[in-house]
Ligand binder design. Sequence first.
Ligand code: ATP
Ligand code: MG
Length: 295
Amino acid sequence: MDPTATTAATPTAATPGGIELEHVGKSFDGGNTWVVRDLTWRVEPGRITGLLGPNGAGKTTTLRMIAGILPPDRGTIRVGGVDVTRQPLDAKRRIGLVPDAPALYDRMTGAEFLRFLADVYGVPTAHRTRRMEELGRRLGIGDWVHSPIARYSLGLRQRLLLVGSLLHDPPVWILDEPIVGLDPEAARALKDLMVERSRRGGTVLMTTHLLEVAERLCDVVAIMHRGRLIAEGSPADLRRRFVREGGEEPAARPAAAGLPADAGLEDVFLLLTREPAPGGTDEPGPGRHAPGGSR
Ligand SMILES: Nc1ncnc2c1ncn2[C@@H]1O[C@H](COP(=O)(O)OP(=O)(O)OP(=O)(O)O)[C@@H](O)[C@H]1O
Ligand SMILES: [Mg+2]
């Protein structure tokens, strides 16, 4: 899907999905260095968006700010039109978060943990039972739900987190490295859920280092480097921008000269993130933002 060619609904207070960031900045050392720099970005509903970038690029920091668990130092973030800083509870209700380093309560059973989350989100009893069963079945939790979480394997913990993140049926699903630890069957179930939710108009935003997965699964990928978005578009669009097609003169599209015709998203990623981001400074000033199709 080409994001420049679609007419996705503009997120407003009346529509539940969509994420908007305006001039968002985050520094962990009082403003000496900026981990996220002047980030202005829209994540549209009805799509799976992949946030890609090298280790330390600022992806998790960005997701945590969107989810309202880390306050931005600059700028505003809205989820479905709701300001995450001013109306945190309202915003959080719209979000299902799968964190990368979760704190799980080892002494609880899976079922107790899920009921606890359902309480936090105020999911009615009838709904929670049905959703726990349905999601538990799809993600293959089975009878483990009655065992203490301390006995869970890595992948089973991840499956439980995935179920827990969807109990309140949020319009916005945010997943930080969700595929890590999942076996192929659970990974397929997760991908199917992501596709379903986005096709129903939900917003799905994930980070991943699995570029082959991103290339197949994501409608839009955004590449983050040193706290800035340096490219955004559908995987096919990014390829078109940076890969030289047969017979084309490099002068026509200088960026394309670097990559051979059979290059994929991984090659584009490595090309873009190999060099220091142009204009890289430790100031949070205007960043280099390349929305889909503009370059
Ligand atoms: N709580 C914190 N205190 C200080 N520095 C932090 C904190 N959290 C993150 N950072 C720094 O912010 C930068 C971005 O980290 P972040 O976790 O957002 O990267 P990432 O893109 O998610 O990387 P990865 O691919 O490894 O998950 C890193 O340099 C990291 O050391
Ligand atoms: Mg991370």
